[in-house]
Design a binder for this molecule. Structure first.
Ligand SMILES: Cc1cc2nc3c(=O)[nH]c(=O)nc-3n(C[C@H](O)[C@H](O)[C@H](O)COP(=O)(O)OP(=O)(O)OC[C@H]3O[C@@H](n4cnc5c(N)ncnc54)[C@H](O)[C@@H]3O)c2cc1C
Length: 367
């Protein structure tokens, strides 16, 4: 018997398991496939300063996370010996026409991008020479990306070294509750007891029987691909106001992502999806037209009804939920872990926790 069970070995489950172990608990992480192979593997790993209002829950989670990223990565690298390649290269949102330029200016005027600044054309050319000459302005803000696949691997290594038991091929069927307390979990062929259970099953969270409140998470497909960047020296993350975004990896690849589609559990790459991403990517950086495609894949974002993740206690004592991060699950990872562990250990949360309450949809508070 462990003191804590974590269901799901994505970035969220792996980071929570690490934190619980650091706090002295014995931890078993249950992953039905292999750790870090679902949304957290598919992701582009963008980590950027937030856009929004200071009282917005996601904004606060992002601000907290941005403060924590450097120390989080440093500690993880020391524990695992693996560099997750967190790079603060900056993020550019280019204006593709006059209307987009005005929208970006509006964001700045409204104070929604506190750390952002508009780059005039000369500064833009110097900052990112490979952008199309037709782009006349852009909004710059701090940020960058982490190689999410390496991040998951580093988390897995760190967990194993610190004594977390990671069981692969371990599919949880039911969260077991009796007399208002969580007692453990039923797997397909086993039963495990624990007084603390954290449900972090990503896009599959609604399938966890016995978990109350029911988790209204749906999968959103993202099609995404990697180009061999070769001589195209993209320096920063490029975020178009719609899709696509371009992410330069330390290994020379350029990630082009990603569609946002409600297509059930269909893992297909589609002609229209890939064509749309590539057409718009080449419009922003024309030199990409000649670059070889290295890899294409899809993943499922765990989408919550109001766009805010579910972080906090479930109905049974000892049950905690952490899922529903949608299109931004890697960026807010350190803040998510810190918030959840404060709630588990009964400490003052580092940011207001009410907006993240998992039961908000059953009590009629949510969207
Ligand atoms: C194409 C794409 C691009 C993205 N780009 C970005 C980005 O640039 N920046 C950003 O911040 N976010 C991005 N995201 C979002 C981010 O990747 C996700 O929000 C985040 O990875 C979710 O992590 P997770 O651990 O909750 O889910 P997952 O990584 O999906 O992990 C859930 C795990 O739970 C396991 N599991 C499920 N059910 C069970 C069960 N019953 N028993 C045992 N195990 C179970 C699954 O096998 C899986 O391994 C992107 C997502 C996609 C798909």
């Amino acid at each position: 018997m462990a003191e804590a069970i974590v269901i799901g070995g994505g970035a969220v489950g792996l980071a929570i398991a690490r934190e619980l172990r650091r706090r002295g608990l014995s931890v078993i992480l249950l992953e039905r496939n292999q750790p870090g192979r679902a949304a957290s593997w598919a992701s582009a790993g963008i980590v950027s300063d937030p856009i929004g209002r200071p009282d917005d829950a996601n904004f606060q989670l992002d601000v907290l996370s941005r403060q924590l990223w450097p120390t989080f990565v440093e500690a993880l690298q020391a524990e695992s010996g693996m560099d997750p390649e967190f790079r603060e290269s900056g993020c550019l949102i280019p204006a593709l026409d006059d209307a987009e330029a005005e929208s970006l200016a509006c964001l700045i005027r409204a104070g929604l991008v506190p750390t952002g600044q508009l780059l005039p054309v000369q500064a833009l050319r110097e900052a990112e020479p490979v952008l199309s000459p037709s782009i006349q302005s852009a909004l710059w803000r701090p940020g960058g990306n982490v190689d999410n696949r390496r991040l998951c691997k580093a988390l897995e290594i760190s967990n194993r070294r610190q004594g977390v038991e990671i069981r692969t091929g371990a599919e949880v069927r039911t969260v077991v509750v009796a007399s208002g307390r969580v007692r453990g979990v039923e797997l397909v062929d086993d039963h495990l007891s624990a007084d603390l259970v954290v449900a972090a099953a990503g896009a599959w969270s609604s399938q966890l029987a016995g978990c109350q409140p029911r988790l209204p998470i749906v999968p959103q497909r993202g099609q995404i691909l990697a180009l061999d960047g070769g001589p195209v020296n993209l320096r920063q993350v490029i975020l178009a106001s719609g899709d696509p975004y371009l992410v330069p990896r330390a290994d020379g690849r350029i990630i082009v992502g990603a569609t946002r589609e409600f297509a059930g559990w269909d893992t297909s790459l589609t002609a229209g999806g890939v064509a749309g991403l590539l057409t718009r990517a080449i419009r922003m950086v024309p030199a990409l037209a000649d670059r070889p495609i290295q890899e294409m894949w899809t993943g499922f974002r765990p989408i919550s009804p109001d766009g805010i993740p579910l972080i906090g206690p479930g109905q049974a004592s000892g049950l905690f939920i952490c899922t529903g991060h949608g299109p931004h699950g890697i960026g807010p990872l350190p803040g998510t872990t810190t918030l959840l562990s404060a709630l588990i250990f009964g400490e003052e949360p580092p940011i207001p926790a009410k907006a993240f309450r998992p039961e908000r949809f059953t009590s009629g508070e949510g969207a």
